[in-house]
Write a protein that binds this ligand. Structure first.
Ligand code: 5GP
Length: 202
């Protein structure tokens, strides 16, 4: 994906920089988990692109598992979370790495860590690609962190707005959030000029 960034968006982290950092995180995990077989727990849906790229940089045996959760309250930031789809496997006694796309207030991850900790894994760490640390309201230990990003709404590389834009290969900051809220599809045509699928008539 290339070309001019549409008005109302700002390119925050390009695809090459993302790719480089994901490779470094993979190398860190390869070193730290040598001789073990960690379970990479990914939170649907945003972290799936990151997980897929990260896993290919792990030069050790590993498993992947998925969880789906939903948050409630204003902007989803109440810390009240429900598990929509649980892990398929038992993590008791396992080395678990939670692979997260973005940590904002930290409330969602804090809840998730409590749930997973109660299942008595041998170890439990977090690998988060994007960290909006200026917005953090709970204390969290993020052992593996990709990028610290500013307090801005971002889309791309797994992160959506209204379920679209996850497949952008770079990370974009939305400078005009109101415009995007008013017309969620407004940038689709700029990124995908040939778009004309069913979403276009949503
Ligand atoms: P937290 O509980 O840390 O406040 O929120 C974490 C969740 O909020 C993330 O997993 C993600 O789903 C969503 N989120 C937070 N910031 C952003 C953002 O800038 N863009 C997108 N697309 N989602 C975000």
């Amino acid at each position: 994906m290339s070309g001019v960034t549409p008005e109302g968006l700002e390119l925050l982290i390009d695809a090459a920089t993302l790719s480089q950092r994901v490779a470094e995180l993979g190398a860190d995990l390869t070193r730290d988990y040598a001789g073990r077989c960690p379970v990479l727990v990914s939170v649907l849906k945003g972290a799936t692109l990151f997980l897929a790229d990260l896993a290919r940089h792990l030069e050790i045996d590993c498993e992947v598992d998925f969880m789906s959760i939903s948050s409630f309250g204003a902007g989803g930031a109440s810390g009240v979370v429900r598990i929509e789809q649980d892990l398929s496997g038992n993590i008791e006694g396992r080395d678990v790495v939670v692979v997260e796309d973005i940590v904002d207030t930290g409330l969602t991850l804090q809840y998730l860590m409590r749930v997973l900790e109660a299942r008595r894994p041998a170890s439990l760490e977090v690998c988060a690609l994007f960290d909006k640390d200026v917005r953090r309201i709970v204390d969290l230990d993020i052992a593996y962190r990709g990028f610290s990003i500013p307090d801005t709404f971002v889309i791309g590389y797994g992160l959506d707005h209204d379920e679209v834009y996850r497949n952008l290969d770079s990370l974009y900051s939305v400078t005009d959030v109101n415009a995007l809220v008013a017309v969620p599809q407004r940038y689709v045509g700029s990124f995908f000029p040939d778009a004309g699928g069913p979403n276009q008539s949503r």
